[in-house]
Design a protein around this ligand. Structure first.
Ligand SMILES: [Cu+2]
Length: 123
Protein backbone atom coordinates (compact mmCIF):
# COMPACT_ATOMS: atom_id res chain seq x y z
CA UNK A 1 0.00 0.00 0.00
CA UNK A 2 2.75 2.46 1.02
CA UNK A 3 4.74 1.50 -2.07
CA UNK A 4 1.79 2.34 -4.27
CA UNK A 5 1.57 5.85 -2.85
CA UNK A 6 5.31 6.33 -3.46
CA UNK A 7 4.96 5.26 -7.09
CA UNK A 8 1.99 7.51 -7.50
CA UNK A 9 3.91 10.48 -6.06
CA UNK A 10 6.87 9.80 -8.32
CA UNK A 11 4.58 9.58 -11.33
CA UNK A 12 3.01 12.91 -10.44
CA UNK A 13 6.43 14.56 -10.16
CA UNK A 14 7.45 13.15 -13.54
CA UNK A 15 4.20 14.28 -15.08
CA UNK A 16 4.72 17.81 -13.75
CA UNK A 17 8.20 17.92 -15.28
CA UNK A 18 6.98 16.59 -18.60
CA UNK A 19 4.16 19.14 -18.71
CA UNK A 20 6.50 22.03 -18.01
CA UNK A 21 8.65 20.95 -20.97
CA UNK A 22 5.66 20.92 -23.26
CA UNK A 23 4.29 24.30 -22.20
CA UNK A 24 7.63 26.14 -22.39
CA UNK A 25 9.34 25.37 -25.70
CA UNK A 26 13.03 26.23 -25.40
CA UNK A 27 13.30 28.01 -28.76
CA UNK A 28 10.70 30.71 -28.89
CA UNK A 29 12.16 33.86 -27.46
CA UNK A 30 11.43 37.20 -29.01
CA UNK A 31 12.36 40.75 -28.09
CA UNK A 32 10.59 43.99 -28.84
CA UNK A 33 12.20 47.28 -29.79
CA UNK A 34 10.56 50.64 -30.41
CA UNK A 35 12.34 52.76 -33.00
CA UNK A 36 11.62 56.37 -33.91
CA UNK A 37 11.50 56.77 -37.69
CA UNK A 38 11.10 59.66 -40.12
CA UNK A 39 7.99 58.16 -41.74
CA UNK A 40 5.53 60.71 -43.15
CA UNK A 41 2.50 58.93 -44.58
CA UNK A 42 0.70 55.63 -45.11
CA UNK A 43 2.99 54.62 -47.96
CA UNK A 44 6.05 55.30 -45.78
CA UNK A 45 4.51 53.02 -43.17
CA UNK A 46 3.83 50.30 -45.75
CA UNK A 47 7.32 50.67 -47.20
CA UNK A 48 9.11 50.31 -43.87
CA UNK A 49 6.90 47.49 -42.59
CA UNK A 50 7.34 45.56 -45.83
CA UNK A 51 11.12 45.93 -45.71
CA UNK A 52 11.24 44.68 -42.14
CA UNK A 53 8.78 41.84 -42.57
CA UNK A 54 10.85 40.46 -45.43
CA UNK A 55 13.93 40.56 -43.18
CA UNK A 56 14.97 37.28 -41.59
CA UNK A 57 14.51 37.35 -37.83
CA UNK A 58 11.75 39.96 -37.79
CA UNK A 59 8.52 38.50 -36.44
CA UNK A 60 6.29 41.57 -36.48
CA UNK A 61 6.58 45.23 -37.47
CA UNK A 62 3.95 47.87 -36.78
CA UNK A 63 4.45 51.58 -37.39
CA UNK A 64 2.29 54.14 -35.63
CA UNK A 65 2.06 57.25 -37.82
CA UNK A 66 0.89 59.40 -34.90
CA UNK A 67 4.25 59.22 -33.16
CA UNK A 68 6.29 57.76 -36.05
CA UNK A 69 7.45 54.93 -33.85
CA UNK A 70 7.73 51.43 -35.16
CA UNK A 71 7.34 48.49 -32.83
CA UNK A 72 9.39 45.56 -34.01
CA UNK A 73 9.19 42.07 -32.58
CA UNK A 74 12.28 40.06 -33.47
CA UNK A 75 14.28 36.95 -32.74
CA UNK A 76 17.52 38.10 -31.06
CA UNK A 77 19.27 34.93 -32.23
CA UNK A 78 18.84 36.05 -35.84
CA UNK A 79 18.92 39.84 -35.83
CA UNK A 80 19.83 42.73 -33.52
CA UNK A 81 18.05 46.03 -32.88
CA UNK A 82 21.00 47.76 -34.54
CA UNK A 83 20.58 45.66 -37.70
CA UNK A 84 16.88 46.51 -37.72
CA UNK A 85 17.79 50.23 -37.64
CA UNK A 86 20.09 49.61 -40.60
CA UNK A 87 17.26 48.01 -42.59
CA UNK A 88 15.11 51.09 -41.92
CA UNK A 89 17.99 53.37 -42.91
CA UNK A 90 18.49 51.40 -46.13
CA UNK A 91 14.80 51.90 -46.88
CA UNK A 92 15.41 55.67 -46.81
CA UNK A 93 14.32 56.61 -43.30
CA UNK A 94 16.00 57.71 -40.09
CA UNK A 95 15.91 55.14 -37.28
CA UNK A 96 16.65 56.64 -33.86
CA UNK A 97 20.25 57.87 -34.10
CA UNK A 98 20.88 56.10 -37.42
CA UNK A 99 20.44 58.49 -40.32
CA UNK A 100 18.76 57.40 -43.57
CA UNK A 101 20.92 55.98 -46.35
CA UNK A 102 21.27 58.75 -48.93
CA UNK A 103 20.64 56.68 -52.07
CA UNK A 104 17.47 55.06 -50.73
CA UNK A 105 16.25 58.43 -49.47
CA UNK A 106 16.71 60.02 -52.90
CA UNK A 107 14.65 57.23 -54.45
CA UNK A 108 11.65 57.93 -52.21
CA UNK A 109 8.63 59.79 -53.62
CA UNK A 110 9.13 63.52 -53.09
CA UNK A 111 6.58 64.03 -50.36
CA UNK A 112 7.94 61.11 -48.36
CA UNK A 113 11.29 62.91 -48.07
CA UNK A 114 9.83 65.71 -45.99
CA UNK A 115 10.13 64.61 -42.40
CA UNK A 116 7.14 66.02 -40.54
CA UNK A 117 5.95 67.81 -43.67
CA UNK A 118 2.60 67.51 -45.39
CA UNK A 119 2.23 64.55 -47.68
CA UNK A 120 -0.30 64.72 -50.51
CA UNK A 121 -1.47 61.17 -50.03
CA UNK A 122 -1.73 61.53 -46.28
CA UNK A 123 -5.23 60.91 -44.99
CU1 LIG B 1 5.32 58.77 -47.45
Amino acid sequence: MKAHIKYFAAAMVLLTFATSFVTTPAKKKTEVVNILTSAVCESCKARIEKALKSTDGVVEANLNLDNKKIKVKFNPDKISAEQIRTVISNTGYDADNVKHAETAFNNLPHCCQKAGGACEHKE
